[in-house]
Design a protein around this ligand. Sequence first.
Ligand code: HEC
Ligand code: HEC
Ligand code: HEC
Ligand code: HEC
Length: 205
Amino acid sequence: MKKLGIVCCIIMLCGMFSCKHKEGEYHSLKEKIEEEGKHYQDPGISSEAYIGDINTIEIREGTHTFLIPERKGQIKSYACTECHSKPLAQMQNEPGEQKAHWDIKINHANANAMNCATCHNGNDMDNLHSLTGNTIDFNRSYQLCAQCHNNQVEDWKGGAHGKNIGGWAKPRAAMTCVNCHNPHEPQIASKWPARFNTEKVKERK
Ligand code: HEC
Ligand code: HEC
Ligand code: HEC
Ligand code: HEC
């Protein structure tokens, strides 16, 4: 009983002292982050300078609102309707029809799961389309990817997959899937480090 009393006393004393904290000490980690974070909420910090003259569009996905680069201005053969002025089936059955897009090969999902028509609509070539037939704008092609790669898209929305252009300060701008992955062959080629360490050792001499 006596022992317990001493232990209680010590606990109470500790409690008293830890409450009387010195300057720069906090009750909890949360309080510390909030207090010291005030310093960083300076509206003068902006990512705008890094975005520069990249043409961006704003997207809103769930609780996330951010900018991504515009794509249509970057796609060489856009607008598709410069040639695709009639349904694809008709174009492909014309006498003397020429082969186009021989440079595009699919190296993505296997042929049972994917062909050109999985993403492109032969009757409306200026837009992409979902597996259920909904129209998807070329500027929002991440919606196409989300059908099969939802995990990566969810990570990307929060900033864990892909890359921000500039920093985390507002306005947040992030690269979109097709800035890094060619939709026809999305593998990222493996790379060597820019320079081998042995070279650096030599340079230091
Ligand atoms: C310079 C003319 C031209 C432009 C521009 C063009 N296409 Fe085509 N495309 C063709 C022709 C001709 C065919 C039919 C012959 C063939 O299938 O190779 C074709 C066929 C296709 C096919 C069917 C391929 C297959 O094997 O079934 C797809 C998909 C397609 N185009 C997508 C596009 C998209 C998307 C764009 C725009 C981003 C585009 N094309 C722009 C000329 C063009
Ligand atoms: C997984 C979906 C998907 C499949 C399958 C697919 N494409 Fe595409 N394709 C896209 C997307 C997305 C773009 C736009 C990429 C961008 O923003 O740069 C595109 C762009 C294109 C373009 C314009 C390229 C340029 O730089 O001018 C052509 C042409 C095209 N696709 C033809 C085809 C053909 C032909 C096939 C079948 C052999 C095919 N695509 C299969 C998603 C797909
Ligand atoms: C219809 C479903 C489907 C769509 C739509 C789709 N993918 Fe895929 N993707 C697959 C499948 C299936 C694989 C193969 C998975 C595997 O090998 O584990 C794959 C593989 C990949 C890989 C891994 C490649 C590798 O081998 O490392 C990347 C990256 C990728 N897709 C990116 C994209 C992007 C970007 C888009 C949108 C432009 C997209 N995918 C749209 C089904 C899809
Ligand atoms: C800044 C470039 C970049 C952007 C943007 C990007 N990715 Fe990736 N992605 C990568 C790299 C790098 C890898 C890893 C490749 C490797 O390990 O070989 C990868 C891997 C993947 C894989 C293979 C599985 C995995 O997680 O390793 C899939 C699927 C994928 N990305 C889908 C997407 C989709 C969908 C988007 C758009 C929402 C996207 N990526 C945006 C660079 C990017």
